[in-house]
Design a binder for this molecule. Structure first.
Ligand code: HEM
Length: 419
């Protein structure tokens, strides 16, 4: 008798269409119907393993077992990631590049980001008071584009703000899009890479001199393990790996506003300025609402786990959304309940909206602290610094299209500063 088990397998030639059709629920639907946290399928014409849950997450983030080089689909590389960035590195090269990212995430760095974010919200709020209504998603993207550029040391002329916001957003709005919208994302990436690349050159030849602590300065002067500067395009890709995702936090902020609207009792609790509750609310927004559906890796070398054989080179998908909604981990996972985080033990493998495992050794999101902090500042504005009405609109959101954004993008009327 062999001790190798056959993984539950989805029959058929290819299931990429089902993945597109079922979106965030694709893996979880099958984990539930197979009664298994792991199954085999075929995606993008290849055999693929899908898995989710706490134990699967722990294996997925074992860098002895999985690698990232060539693991991401080309359409994601061309829009969201860019080429030769940290996402596709492994081993020592990854660790060294990741240290470069984490070096700007110091308490001082996060404090300076907090100050900039508050200032930008204040300026925007003054502007919103002058108009009848705003589309929160569009406005917050602009607030965050200004914030991101200022924090990263990237000079941004007032005339360029709208275009830069649109281009950075196109990179995360387009990876799963088909047709023209996808190409808008690719063109935006090409344009911004050239623009940031020019700035990297200017830092290197002394034409501009952003503060030492900024991403533009540090990444322009970063040396790889051989002692070489990054090539200009790679340095630009990495600066964009700071700018683009900061703008993407607009999605979580939109969902925060939605939660405040759908669950008015939460707003009351937050009005007390209870810092601990604000943290739990933000965590619950990141758990509850859809954002990144999954992450991909390739099996590094053959291994067996729980009796299942993983063959070198097999594409493997980790279910982020489904793990955050896993009934084995979360009681009533489809209930919005910030209180659940008062009991959460802080495992790096069960709450994974931005990936799991270790920041330095693995691929867990470098910007998780930044995300939480910007969400907290923004929440304080939405709850305690401003008043507004929420007119009738389509606030529903898709559990299929990626990334999911409330359909109306959250329209607010009569925005005023709270006195
Ligand atoms: C907007 C909310 C965000 C979400 C939902 C998010 C989600 C993620 C996810 C799922 C990953 C991949 C984890 C993996 O491959 O295992 C990731 C990686 C990454 N994120 Fe974020 N992220 C967000 C914000 C940010 C911010 C604000 C920054 C920077 C300021 C950032 C920088 C990065 C970087 C550099 C990586 C690559 C890390 C690596 O490969 O080692 N992200 N993020």
């Amino acid at each position: 008798m062999s001790d190798i088990n056959q993984m539950p397998r989805e029959d058929g030639i290819d299931h990429s269409l089902s993945l597109m059709r079922e979106g965030y629920m694709y893996i979880l639907n099958r984990r539930l119907s197979f009664s298994s946290d792991i199954f085999e399928t075929r995606l993008l014409g290849k055999k693929a393993i899908c898995m989710g849950g706490k134990a699967a997450t722990e294996v997925f983030y074992d860098t002895e077992k999985f690698k990232r080089k060539d693991a991401a689909p080309n359409r994601v590389v061309q829009t969201l990631f860019g080429k030769k960035g940290v996402q596709a590195l492994d081993g020592q090269d990854h660790k060294h590049r990741k240290e470069m990212f984490m070096s700007i995430m110091s308490p001082k760095g996060i404090q300076s980001l907090t100050d900039i974010t508050k200032e930008q919200w204040k300026t925007a709020l003054n502007k919103w008071e002058q108009v009848d209504e705003i589309i929160l998603y569009e406005e917050v993207k602009e607030v965050l584009c200004r914030t991101a550029c200022q924090w990263a040391g990237v000079p941004l002329e007032e005339n360029d703000v709208k275009e830069m916001t649109t281009d950075l957003a196109a990179m995360f709005e387009s990876p799963a899009a088909v047709g023209p919208n996808h190409w808008i994302g690719r063109n935006a990436r090409r344009k911004v890479e050239n623009w940031i690349g020019d700035l990297v050159e200017k830092v290197r030849n002394g034409e501009i001199n952003p503060p030492e602590s900024t991403a533009l300065n540090r990444f322009a002067w970063h040396r790889d393990l051989e002692g070489n500067l990054l090539d200009t395009n790679t340095a630009a890709v990495e600066v964009i790996n700071i700018l683009r995702p900061i703008v993407a936090i607009a999605i979580f902020i939109n969902f925060s506003a939605l939660a405040l609207h759908h669950f008015p009792e939460e707003r009351e609790k937050l009005e007390s300025h209870d810092e601990k509750y604000a943290q739990m609310f933000v965590q619950e927004v990141r758990r509850f609402y859809p954002f990144f559906p999954l992450v991909t890796a390739l099996v590094k070398k053959d291994f067996t786990w729980n009796g299942y054989k993983f063959e070198e080179g097999t594409l493997t998908l980790l279910d982020l959304y489904g793990t955050n909604h896993d009934p084995e981990i979360w009681e009533n996972p489809d209930l919005f309940s910030p209180d659940r985080f008062s009991k959460w033990e802080g495992s790096p493998f069960d709450f994974i909206p931005q990936g799991g495992g270790d920041y330095f050794m693995g691929h867990r999101c470098a910007g998780e602290w930044v995300t939480i902090q910007i969400m907290k500042v923004s929440l304080e504005y939405l709850v305690n610094q401003m008043e507004y009405e929420v007119p009738n609109q389509d606030l529903s959101y898709s559990i299929v299209s990626m990334p999911s954004i409330p359909h109306s993008k959250v329209v607010l009327k009569n925005v005023k500063q709270k006195l």
